[in-house]
Design a protein around this ligand. Structure first.
Ligand SMILES: [Mn+2]
Length: 307
């Protein structure tokens, strides 16, 4: 029997017992949210932040999109990326409509923490003004404008701003995408459907395939629960690449996702690249400050001086 298989056989009953124990928490912790966070803590333990000391020469293009409601949160995300990337340079692009005063504050914080990276602010266009938004802000479509607003950028890493980075982006940069338009992490374990909170976007290929116009058309003609995410999954279907969950560790759904993970995938999560506070529980909203991994977000938030 190969060594790996022996280890798996020994460890599996342990995981099974742990799962049974975690399930039995229903009996002791009546609040669903509390339960979720206790489970996440017992499953993943303390999240490790990793700073890679090796130099990395390729400059990485990164994009964030935010309006006035989230500009302070965006600053936290950007700051966490810079602090965890002392040896990596980024060209950071923000699609945003926030005031000049706020942009100046973001820029000041960025220049304070890096000399190797740049930040550029771009205004959203009106191409998605007739698209369906439901209860969401029209800012959900801004990420889709990247192929058009950045005509000279080949590919870009997009991230939401309800996130915090715990490592640099070199591993994401090294991923070969081939013909795929998007690389991302599956939202639910049992469905080939990516969460749009972290995406490597192959802008060149999107332009060549006129994906941009297809996105506009689809979003005008469909009214769904997650308009932009549903649209991206539909328009890019079959050309979506699934990447490690460590790039987009959704605190909300982490425990559920475990069911289908291999041991290697679990190990991957011990040192994630980005934590995503998807769902309604946000670290800047919660009164209970001890929720799983919220302390990491709060640490960076306090460094911005904006919270
Ligand atoms: Mn999000």
């Amino acid at each position: 029997m190969p060594k790996r298989k022996i280890i798996d056989t020994i460890i599996r009953p342990y995981f099974l017992l742990k799962r049974i124990f975690l399930h039995s928490l229903d009996l002791f912790i009546p609040n669903k949210m509390h339960r979720k966070h206790v489970r996440a803590y017992l499953t993943f333990g303390k999240i490790k932040e990793t700073i890679n000391p090796q130099p990395y020469s390729h400059k990485i293009a990164v994009a964030f999109c935010f309006d006035e409601n989230l500009w302070r949160q965006a600053t936290v995300t950007i700051l966490s990326l810079l602090i965890n990337s002392p040896k990596v340079s980024y060209d950071i692009y923000c699609i945003t409509n926030v005031s000049h005063t706020h942009l100046a504050r973001i820029k000041k914080i960025v220049t304070q923490y890096t000399k190797r990276s740049t930040i550029t602010f771009l205004k959203p266009n009106k191409d998605f003004s007739k698209s369906y938004c439901g209860a969401w802000s029209d800012a959900i479509y801004w990420r889709c404008m990247l192929p058009k607003l950045l005509p000279n950028i080949e590919r870009i890493i997009y991230a939401d701003v309800d996130t915090v980075f715990t490592s640099d982006l070199r591993d994401a940069d090294k991923i070969t995408m081939g013909d795929n338009l998007i690389a991302g992490v599956y939202d639910k374990p049992d469905r080939e459907y990516i969460n749009s909170g972290f995406m490597i976007m192959n802008l060149n290929r999107m332009r060549r395939r006129s994906t941009y116009n297809e996105m506009i058309k689809w979003s005008r003609n469909h009214e769904t629960q997650f308009p932009d995410q549903d649209m991206l999954n539909a328009v890019c279907a079959d050309r979506i690449m699934n990447i490690s969950r460590k790039f987009n560790l959704q605190i909300d759904g982490a425990y559920d996702a475990l069911k289908t993970m291999t041991l290697q995938q679990r190990r991957d999560l011990k040192s994630p690249v980005m934590l995503h506070y998807a769902g309604p529980q946000k670290p800047w909203k919660m009164e209970i400050r001890k929720f799983y991994s919220f302390d990491i977000w709060r640490r960076y938030a306090s460094m911005t001086g904006l919270f």
